[in-house]
Ligand binder design. Sequence first.
Ligand code: G3H
Length: 503
Amino acid sequence: MAGTGIFTEILDGEVYKYYSDGEWRTSSSGKSVAIVNPATRKTQYKVQACTQEEVNKVMEMAKSAQKSWAKTPLWKRAELLHKAAAILKDNKAPIAESLVKEIAKPAKDSVTEVVRSGDLISYCAEEGVRILGEGKFLLSDSFPGNERTKYCLTSKIPLGVVLAIPPFNYPVNLAVSKIAPALIAGNSLVLKPPTQGAVSCLHMVHCFHLAGFPKGLISCITGKGSEIGDFLTMHPAVNCISFTGGDTGISISKKAGMIPLQMELGGKDACIVLEDADLDLVASNIIKGGFSYSGQRCTAVKVVLVMESVADELVEKVKAKVAKLTVGPPEENCDITAVVSESSANFIEGLVMDAKEKGATFCQEYKREGNLIWPLLLDNVRPDMRIAWEEPFGPVLPVLRISSVEEGINHCNASNFGLQGCVFTKDINKAMLISDAMETGTVQINSAPARGPDHFPFQGLKDSGIGSQGVTNSINLMTKVKTTVINLPTPSYSMGDGFISRL
Ligand code: G3H
C-alpha cells in the first residue's frame, strides 16, 4: 500500500514529506496541499506546501552536489540508475496504487506506467554510457585556408542543475524521462511534481533515495504552483528546465533566463483517413488513440479528418466500439474513468455544448456524473466549432468530413499545435507525401499517435513545444559541448615522413 513498508518514512502523519538534502522533511510552512481523488472527489492525500526559503536551500544543495557528481565515473552513475530502476519496478504495486487514487488512471495502465519508467531509466543508463563515453576529434585542415596544426577534441559536459516539471497524466514516467537523462549526464535534479501525481512522484523519488544517490543531488519539492512555481522556474541556480504540461510552458519560456528549455505543451493530433484505408484498423486506432486514459494524453487522437466517401462506414465502426468501452472506477480497470478535476470536466462540457448549439451530430447521448464523462463521438463537426481546434483532454472526439486530402492537411496545419498526427492509407507513397506536408513533430503511418517506445525522438512544432525528447535527445539537451584545441607549431600528419627534421 502507498505510504507503507519501505515508504513509511516519506509520510508524516497524514501528510507526505518533501525530499531535500537526502532526507524526507516536513515544511516549515506548517501548511499542506490537498490532492483530490478525481473519482471520489474527496481528499485522498496531502503533501507539504514548501516555502521559497526551502526552494533556495534545495537549489544550494543541488549546486554543490552536482560538482562532485560530475566527477563520479560514468559507469558508477549508470550503476546507480540501474539500481533505482530495479527498486522502482520491485515496488510497482504501491506506486501504481497512488496513480489510481490521485489521477484515476486505470489500475493496469498505472502498473504499465511504473514498469515502463523502470525500463526507461535502465535504457537511459546504457545510452548514457555509450554516447557520453565518446566525443569527436576534428582536424583543422578540412576547413579552407588551414593546415593540420590544430587538433580539436570535443566532449559533452553537464549543464548543472536541471529543473524537471512533469504533468499530471504521466507523473512518474514523464518525471523519470527528465530525471534519468539529467543524472546520467552529470547534472543534479530538482523535481516539482504536479499537485495531482505528487504522491506517486514522491514514492518514485524514494526509489532513487534507496538506490543510494548522493545527498542533495535529487530533490523533490511540493507545493502550490502559485506560490513556488515562478520562484522555481526563474531561480538563478537553474541551468535547464524540462517541462511537460499545458500553456503554462509558454509563460515559463518567456520568464526563464538564457538556459536550455525542453517543453512539450500538448497537441491537437489529427487522424487523416483516406478512401483506401483499412477501416477496421482505423477504428481500432481511433478507439485506442482517442479514448485511452479517457483522452487525457497529449498524443491522443483529437480530431478525425475522414474522406466523405468512407465517413459513414468509419463512424459506424467507431460507434460500435465506443459502445463496448467500460465506464467507471479506475480500480476496476474501466476504459473510461473520471477526468482529473471538476474544472477539466467543466471545460470539456463547454466544448460539447458549443458543438451541440452549432449542430454537430451526437453519436451517443452526452452523459456526465461528477468528473466522469461517458465517451462521446461527435460527427459532422465543422471548423466553426471550438472542438475542431481546442484539445478537450477528455473522452470526446470530433469527426470532420473532408472532400480532399488537401482539406485534411490544411486543417491539421491551421492548428496552433503541431505535436503528432497520423494518416491511414495503403499507399505508402501518398502517406509519405502527406507526412511531409503535415506540420507536426511526428507523423504515424497506419497507427495512432504515441510518444513511445520511449527512446524514439518526441517533439512538437509551434505551440506544442521546444526541443526534442526521447532518451538520446534528452541526454544531449542536458549537456553542453566542450572543446579543447591542441595547437601544434607545425603541421603534423599521422605516419607522415620527415617528422624528425621538424622536431
Ligand atoms: O501526454 C503526453 C505524453 O507524452 C503522451 O505519451 O503517447 O505514451 O501516451 P503517450
